[in-house]
Design a binder for this molecule. Structure first.
Ligand code: NAP
Length: 269
């Protein structure tokens, strides 16, 4: 029951489907027979993704939605439930990061980030629960981040928002299992998407950067769903760093400081 491998006749929602990881997941789910509802703010980009999916023989609907607004999330999820009568899979993927030191980070943006990255997951999950409970089955995929396991300098607010996703997601995996709902938490490391603008790249240590393509992330998520896993880190070897952090915290801290801090010119200004 916890495994999801056959997507025929199923209905899914992917938030943040206008680019990057969400767009790739939407393509791959639709290619396997899922009817996908695409959520994001950029209507033109959503239409492009939907057109590509339809051209490949899939089924996609466009939902212009600002996930940082509760009413917008509830309204668009409501439309999917009303039209399809069911939601088999919810992928809470929409989110953004900011490479900025906490001392310089605008508080309004910190609040917006928390709503976009974390509260959107709360609202969307609440909104699909009645439909999933009625059928006694469902899958929820929450896209956290390695920054939601390991606090990252220059990404304090982002890390906090992703730690919130991690905590919610891990706890829900226990709470929702008796209702037939499976929760998978995804921890991407570095996936080549629009998140990594030249400004962001300038604040990252060049030596440690090795990107994976969204296709790899999507493949690993689908594999984790098929195997009934509760969490997946992409690439998998990064999960070793969680163990290092737990067993040798001082060593891990020294390494993180050594790698991340020297590229930040504004640390003490
Ligand atoms: N790439 C990585 O290495 C990496 C690592 C760890 C975690 N992640 C997480 O993966 C998720 C996807 O990011 P990505 O890498 O694929 O970056 P991306 O290409 O920038 O995609 C972000 C998506 O989120 C949507 N989004 C952002 N704010 C939104 C809002 N207020 N309302 C609705 N949609 C919103 C964007 O759509 P619109 O702009 O059209 O609204 C876009 O579709 C994010 O949660 C990110 O934190 C990525």
């Amino acid at each position: 029951m916890a495994r999801l491998a056959d997507f025929r006749e199923t209905v899914g929602i992917v938030t943040g489907a206008s680019s990057g990881i969400g767009a790739q997941l939407a393509h791959d789910l639709a290619a396997r027979g899922m009817r996908v509802a695409l959520f994001a703010r950029r209507a033109d980009r959503l239409e492009e993704v939907a057109t590509e999916i339809r051209r490949a023989g899939g089924d996609a609907t466009v939902h212009v939605c600002d996930v940082s607004e509760r009413a917008s999330v509830e309204a668009e999820v409501g439309k999917v439930v009303e039209r399809a009568g069911r939601v088999d899979l919810l992928v809470n993927n929409a989110g953004y990061g900011r490479h900025v030191l906490f001392k310089d980070h605008d508080v309004d943006d910190i609040e917006r980030m928390m709503r976009t990255n974390y509260m959107s997951t709360v609202w969307a999950t609440k909104a699909v629960l009645p439909a999933m409970r009625r059928r006694g089955r469902g899958w929820i995929v929450n896209v956290s981040s390695v920054a939601g396991k390991l606090g990252q300098p220059d990404e304090a607010a982002y890390s906090a928002s992703k730690f919130a996703v991690t905590g919610l997601s891990e706890a829900l995996a226990y709470e929702l299992a008796p209702l037939g709902i499976h929760v998978l938490t995804v921890y991407p490391a570095l996936i080549r998407t629009e998140m990594f603008t030249p400004d962001v790249m300038a604040r990252m240590p060049a030596r440690s950067i090795s990107f994976l393509e969204p296709t790899v992330l999507s493949r690993d998520v689908l594999r984790a769903l098929a195997r009934g896993r509760h969490e997946v880190t992409v690439p998998r070897w990064v999960a070793f760093v969680y163990v290092l952090r737990a067993l040798l915290p001082r060593f891990h801290r020294r390494m993180t400081s050594r790698v991340r801090l020297p590229v930040l010119p504004d640390l003490t200004t």
